[in-house]
Write a protein that binds this ligand. Structure first.
Ligand code: TYD
Length: 211
């Protein structure tokens, strides 16, 4: 594959989606074409699966069903959008990818890392990001932010207990420690300006010849 795959990860409330919007004008200056996308979603049917997963009324979706829906959405997204872009040598920057399933379903929902790793592998045929930016934030600070900023658009997964949020963060910290060469941890508790600046610095340093 000629392209570059960058994923953004972090607990809810870390602000990575906002950071992505802020850094886009700068990373669009890269020599290669940049394709921003997100999971679950990114392509039509995967966006439909996203609606099903996040709809607060779908309380009958259990953990295993949820895991498989994320995996199904991931495969569609990868086949239809990510792989063609990567084969064409583009930079794909994806808001959440395989590590979200490990952190949320593996740790948060207690399904275990092994089964989630396996299903991720099955869904992606082993595709891994070249770089993963992990936006780290203390769970209490994150929960405060979610309550303050997103009361109007709280989704089903946001409503889960604080306990789940804690497990997700612990999960992320373990994943990051396991693959230090793939991850760069960014302190997301700082001001948005500082988080954006840190993120751009990491990208420009890592892909120095691409800017
Ligand atoms: P979203 O509104 O996109 O959250 P954010 O803006 O914080 O990324 O909702 C995505 C939710 O889905 C989020 O709570 C994390 C969760 N998720 C999983 O649990 N497993 C996954 O594999 C993925 C991709 C997301």
């Amino acid at each position: 594959m000629n392209g570059i795959l960058i994923s953004l990860e972090g607990p809810d409330g870390a602000g990575k989606t906002t950071v992505l919007q802020e850094i886009l004008p700068e990373i669009q200056k890269m020599k290669r074409e940049v394709v921003p996308t997100r999971e679950p979603g990114g392509v039509r049917v995967a966006e439909e699966i996203r609606q099903i997963i996040l709809d607060p009324k779908n309380t009958e979706i259990d953990s295993k069903t949820e895991l498989m829906l994320f995996a199904a959405a991931r495969r569609l997204h990868m086949q239809e959008k990510m792989l063609p872009a990567l084969r064409a040598g583009k930079v794909v920057i994806v808001d959440r990818f395989i590590d979200s399933s490990v952190a949320y379903q593996g740790y948060g929902r207690d399904l275990g890392v092994e089964v989630v790793d396996w299903l991720n592998y099955f869904a992606t045929d082993g595709l891994k990001p070249d770089l993963t930016l992990y936006f780290d934030i203390d769970t209490d600070v994150a929960l405060e932010r979610i309550m303050k900023n997103r009361a109007d658009e709280v989704n089903r997964l946001d409503l889960e207990r604080a306990e789940m949020h804690r497990k997700v963060r612990e999960g992320y910290l373990e994943i990051v420690a396991k693959e230090p060469e793939r991850f760069v941890k960014i302190d997301a508790s700082q001001s948005l300006e500082k988080v954006v600046a840190d993120t751009l610095e990491v990208l420009k340093k890592r892909f120095v010849s691409e800017f």
